[in-house]
Ligand binder design. Sequence first.
Ligand SMILES: [Zn+2]
Length: 268
Amino acid sequence: MNNCDQFRELLEAYALGALDPEERAALEAHLATGCHDCARSVEEARWLVCQLAYTAPEATPSDMLKGRLMQTVRAEAQSHAEAKPQALPAKRYVPVWMWGLAAAMIVFMIVVTRNVRHLQDETREAEHLNAELMEGNHKLEKELAETKREAMIMMDPKSVKIMMPANGKQGAQLEAKWNAQLGVLVMGDKIPMPAPHHVLQLWLIPKDPKAKPMPSMMTWPDADGKFILLVSNPPDSMGNTKALAITEEPEGGSPGPTTTPIYVGGVS
Ligand SMILES: [Zn+2]
């Protein structure tokens, strides 16, 4: 008995990987018998599927086009059913070209899904880059604004110069300039590095003998022992401040001085 006719209709679906497990097993058993005709037909069907993969559209078809395609498919299937009412199960009468259309749809879906995923990745990348640029830009702007303010405090004749002699540190030079509008600038030269995990912290010593020293900013000298500390918003006014002092404090700073000030300068 020649089985080939019953498999003829299944070959396209087989090439697409769209067969039921039973149909698939039956066809593979038939191919295993070495039927040359069916083997060649499967090769042809695979070639067709490959071609569809290469010609798959890169863009989204309009809903109207998709609707029209589906209408055509339904009409075609119906005309076949009417033409052969004595037919075997309807699945066997799905025309070959419809399997091609199904293949095209599947390939199209894969291409679109991949493109969308690609686009999402690229968008994420762009957002990340943009955030980094903004951050860099913001940092640069802040540094520029600080440098400008430092220069203005240095040059403004209204700034008050405060010498902060070192307490037993030979060669260390420290002075501050206080500008009522722009803030306090503290500059150090040949300043020894604090102990590991320690910082230099600035304090404002109030005139009021009952008030405690007010904590301000922290810094480290660079390799040459230099530092510039800008306090844009000092915690108190020059008029209320008796002196500026710097102590060595554990990393992170302290709410009150824990060591004897190394540098002290009388303000007013
Ligand atoms: Zn065969």
